[in-house]
Design a protein around this ligand. Structure first.
Ligand code: HEC
Ligand SMILES: [Cu+2]
Length: 474
């Protein structure tokens, strides 16, 4: 039988849950017409078939007669009532290679071939653009959008690295950390562009015109694509974790000449002890260009030591065996602030202390001043203990009411107690209030708030020094 070659690609929808059914038919068609002439779609369920009919509008539908999931009768009635230029054929493929069509005529493979190519109406469907045209079109769109991605990536990366997201770089560790940050910014810019460029491009270029009903092709499953987009991100994440680990090790490079500082965090402040000098300070003084080894502990809950300009951060944990170390090599003189980076209670947000990076000479000058002060004057010592053990984060020196009563003018005053009695604030009362805070509670202040641990933390001399200092707070 002689059938005219169609001028356009035929769209043939094969409805069968059995993939072999589709393959067999594709082969028959391919041999006869050449692979280019026929375009196949497979639908493996009734719902899928109906969906493909809507979106793809095939010219010929071949239904697997033996497939129970496809409800051939329902199917047939659906088509007979439809008004599309579309052929429907119910086909049963036999094991011996012969083909049975729905009216039960048994044909040889060659006869069936001809039968399946029966009347064709190219005119009625000639407006549908051929697949190869649309392929050319989509390659063009892909190329344009694909070129916009690196452009957008570069712009976003420049933006991210120039709006000052990162604070000043003031330590050698910061250089290492920022290198990784910048790699992440590049990655973020690329991922953002890969998604948003395509979305925005589609919104403008593929916007449907008024009255247009045709929907885009429904694409289900693409193993090659899925393998690619799993392996590339996986490899990237592994590479980043490798760089991350290497950078972390780099920030921990130890210098044997490092300056030792013990950092104690408490609710809500910091105290810095220089064990090699016997000096304790409320401010962290550091010499520039020398590594400092911070040994961090906490007196109460978990805190976290963080100076943004130095980048590195370390938790301070309560417990004697849980001392954590952090190495920082400041590279710029100036004033910074250490803040607590772990929510630790009511005044967490105000848990700031100055960090002052000075030249080597200035550091030595400051240190000798501290050493002399500690030795000479009990009031100066007392003030130092009061600051470094955290008293003045609860007791003000200027009359302001903080968590506890202000120390202003306290010495020699008559204090009203919660039990209604009064007492004179003399040496004995103050000492008792420090060592056993719950023995006598001041009126209008809560019990069990002032830590009862100073008994162990402070020596008798330190308590006396603090009281000497309190006497001067007028
Ligand atoms: C967490 C907050 C807190 C800290 C830290 C703290 N106190 Fe207190 N302190 C209180 C409170 C609340 C009271 C009032 C209740 C009471 O008498 O126990 C108080 C009461 C006192 C009193 C009695 C004052 C008066 O007017 O009768 C003295 C003296 C005192 N504290 C000294 C100290 C010293 C010295 C330190 C540091 C070594 C210290 N406190 C640390 C909260 C604190
Ligand atoms: Cu804290």
């Amino acid at each position: 039988m002689n059938v005219a070659q169609p001028k356009h690609t035929r769209r043939v929808l094969i409805a069968s849950a059995n993939p072999l059914f589709g393959k067999g038919l594709q082969k028959i068609y391919g041999d006869r017409w050449g692979k280019e002439a026929v375009e196949f779609e497979l639908a493996s369920s009734m719902a899928e078939t109906l969906a493909r009919l809507e979106t793809w509008q095939p010219e010929l539908v071949i239904v697997d007669y033996d497939d129970r999931t496809i409800h051939r009768e329902e199917f047939l009635s659906f088509f007979i009532t439809g008004d599309r230029p579309m052929q429907v054929v119910l086909v049963s493929l036999q094991a011996n290679g012969s083909v049975v069509v729905y009216d039960r005529r048994t044909l040889t493979p060659a006869q069936a071939e001809d039968w399946l190519n029966l009347p064709w109406q190219p005119e009625s469907i000639s407006e549908i653009p051929s697949r190869s045209d649309s392929m050319k079109g989509s390659a063009k769109h892909l190329l344009i959008a694909g070129l916009l991605v690196p452009v957008s990536t570069a712009l976003i990366y420049l933006l991210l690295t120039n709006i000052g997201i990162l604070p000043e770089q003031a330590s050698t560790q910061a250089v290492t950390i920022d290198r990784l940050f910048n790699a992440h910014f590049l990655m973020i810019a690329l991922l953002f562009s890969m998604i948003v460029v395509f979305i925005v491009y589609s919104i403008f270029v593929f916007r449907s015109k008024p009255g247009e009903k045709q929907e885009g092709t429904y694409i289900k499953g693409n193993n090659r694509l899925e393998v690619i987009w799993t392996i590339i991100p996986l490899g990237t994440v592994i590479a980043f974790s490798f760089f991350g680990a290497r950078n972390l090790a780099e920030t921990r490079t130890a210098d044997p000449q490092a300056l030792n500082v013990k950092v104690t965090a408490f609710q809500w402040g910091w105290s810095f002890e220089y064990p090699d000098f016997g000096v304790t300070s409320r401010e962290l003084y550091l010499p520039v260009d020398r590594q400092v080894l911070l040994s961090l502990t906490s007196r109460d809950v978990i805190h976290s030591f963080w100076v943004p300009e130095f980048r590195v951060k370390q938790d301070a944990l309560p417990g004697e065996n849980l001392v954590k170390q952090l190495r920082i090599t400041p590279t710029k003189t100036g004033s910074y602030t250490v803040m607590c980076a772990e929510l630790c209670g009511g005044s967490h947000a105000y848990m700031n202390s100055p960090v002052i990076v000075v030249s080597k000479a200035d550091f030595e000058g400051w240190m000798s001043g501290q050493v002399n002060e500690v030795l000479a004057d009990p009031v100066a010592r007392g003030q130092k203990w009061a600051e470094t053990t955290g008293c003045i984060s609860c007791h003000s020196l200027d009359g302001t009411r903080l968590v506890g009563p202000s120390w202003k003018g306290l010495f020699g005053e008559t204090v009203e107690l919660a039990d209604g009695t009064t007492v004179t604030a003399d040496d004995a009362y103050l000492e008792k209030s420090i060592l056993e805070p719950n023995a006598q509670i001041s009126k209008d202040f809560p019990p069990n708030v002032m830590p009862a641990t100073y008994h162990d933390l402070l020596t008798n001399d330190q308590v006396k020094d603090i009281i000497e200092f309190m006497k001067t707070v007028k």
